[in-house]
Design a protein around this ligand. Structure first.
Ligand SMILES: Cc1cc2nc3c(=O)[nH]c(=O)nc-3n(C[C@H](O)[C@H](O)[C@H](O)COP(=O)(O)OP(=O)(O)OC[C@H]3O[C@@H](n4cnc5c(N)ncnc54)[C@H](O)[C@@H]3O)c2cc1C
Length: 408
């Protein structure tokens, strides 16, 4: 198996538990580096509700169904309890550890070791090829041979925690079709020159709960999100933006409602001699109000505003339309959309339909979850599906399983 991240560790432990001899090769100095920094170091490891519709998968939600059905969130929670890892549920059903995510990495490592899986770190796989009925993996100055191969190489997102293009390269060398890697769950950049651009960049550090609508989301629907928005020096971030970025496409608008649930026109109606600026002071940070309100209306008495003026103010606050100039890129992305075309992979076993005994799991597949624990849940679910299926039904003479051997 290649890659000791979330999906590789889950897969390796499961396969080794079945009695297979498993070798897990990891490029980094230690396993699970992305997992260790996930969820701000507390791993948002799953969600109370996980459905195929929580993912973007170009070949459709049916691909996700069998693996998600085999691993409901309750089963993931139970595994955490079994490992003695305390958890908490936060808003939107997000399940987090209350201890450092590194404890989960250690527990997964212990699962692997306990099941007899051999983990080798500092082992960068350079190339893979078919050899006889199995595979040869070039690594260091040697070659490892195995009867089956699992690619759990993740994505190029967040290279500082181990993201690489290796999975894209190796899956392509085995004839798989891959769509390009695109940053997902990533902050968005605002153009400085656009109307409001410079003013909004000046709000860096302000955070508030908002609703965001994408009138024309990537999956062709109209999508709305409600969560915390953070203004940054270059644009927009926070859970609201990371979540929406998965569905945002270059050149498209997003619409912000800075006061979800409020009737701003009615507030102004009853404002009498107070100014809109004064009325809104208790509801929004003053700097934000000043940045978005039309200056000519902001300091008029509410009672003097025309209906059109009240509507204009409401629209500036509740239908603030912005066109980001792009994302902060793969370097700042928590995930990556694109990857191996799932039409070429069996949904129950994650086995390649093109290459027998090759399995592909985790983020390397063209499956991307929403913000909220869905990507780690997919890593567990796809890893488990492959771990249960690797070499199942294959009979061997001699050893029962994949037999890695260093040939120098
Ligand atoms: C900052 C950050 C926070 C995140 N927070 C969350 C969260 O809270 N909840 C959530 O659901 N998701 C979160 N994610 C996403 C989640 O971490 C990933 O979706 C998940 O780790 C993917 O699992 P994976 O096994 O496919 O890939 P990875 O976990 O990335 O594992 C791939 C492994 O392959 C190794 N590798 C790469 N190239 C080679 C090679 N040539 N040879 C050998 N090994 C190689 C890498 O070093 C790595 O260990 C976060 C991501 C980031 C970057």
């Amino acid at each position: 198996m290649l890659g000791a991240g979330a999906s590789g560790l889950a897969c390796a432990a499961e396969a080794a538990r079945r009695g297979l001899r498993v070798l897990l090769l990891e490029r980094g100095p230690r396993p699970g580096r992305k997992l260790a920094v996930s969820g701000g170091g507390r791993a948002n490891f799953s969600n109370r509700s996980v459905t195929p519709e929580d993912y973007l998968c170009p070949s459709g939600p049916q691909f996700l169904r069998p693996a998600l059905k085999a691993l409901p969130p309750e089963a993931v929670l139970q595994r955490m309890r079994d490992r003695g890892l305390p958890v908490e549920e936060r808003d939107h059903g997000r399940l987090f550890l209350t201890v450092p995510a590194l404890r989960l990495v250690r527990a997964l490592e212990a699962d692997c070791a306990g099941a007899g899986c051999r983990l080798v770190c500092g082992a960068e796989a350079r190339a893979v090829q078919r050899e006889g009925g199995g595979f040869a993996v070039e690594c260091g100055d040697g070659v490892w041979r195995a009867r089956a191969l699992v690619l759990a190489l993740g994505s190029p997102a967040f290279p500082q925690a181990g993201g690489t293009q290796a999975g894209w390269r190796m899956a392509a060398s085995l004839r798989h079709t891959l769509s390009p890697a695109r940053p997902a769950l990533v902050p968005l950049r605002l153009p400085e020159a656009a109307p409001l651009g410079a003013a909004l960049r000046g709000l860096a550090g302000i955070s508030l709960n908002c609703r965001l609508t994408l009138p024309d989301a990537a999956d062709g629907t109209r999508r709305s999100f409600e969560d915390d928005l953070l203004f940054t020096h270059t644009g927009l971030s926070g859970p609201l933006i990371l979540g929406a970025s998965l569905f945002w496409r270059d050149g498209h608008d997003l619409v912000l409602d800075l006061l979800p649930g409020e009737n701003v026109e009615a507030l102004l109606d009853g404002g009498g001699g107070r100014t809109p600026r004064g009325i809104l002071r208790g509801l929004l940070p003053q700097r934000l109000v000043d940045a978005v309100l039309p200056p000519a209306l902001a300091s008029r008495k509410a009672a003097e505003l025309s209906r059109g003026g009240r509507r204009e103010i409401a629209s500036a606050l509740q239908a603030l339309t912005l066109r980001p100039m792009g994302t902060e890129g793969l370097a700042r992305a928590e995930a990556c959309s694109g990857g191996v075309d799932t039409a070429e992979v069996d949904a129950r076993t994650m086995e390649s339909r093109l290459v027998p005994h090759l399995h592909i799991v985790g983020e390397l597949l063209d499956v991307t979850g929403r913000l909220g624990g869905y990507n780690l849940h997919w890593a567990w679910a796809s890893g488990l599906a492959a771990g249960r299926a690797v070499l199942a039904g294959t009979s061997f003479t001699g050893c029962k399983t994949a037999s890695p051997k260093m040939a120098r």
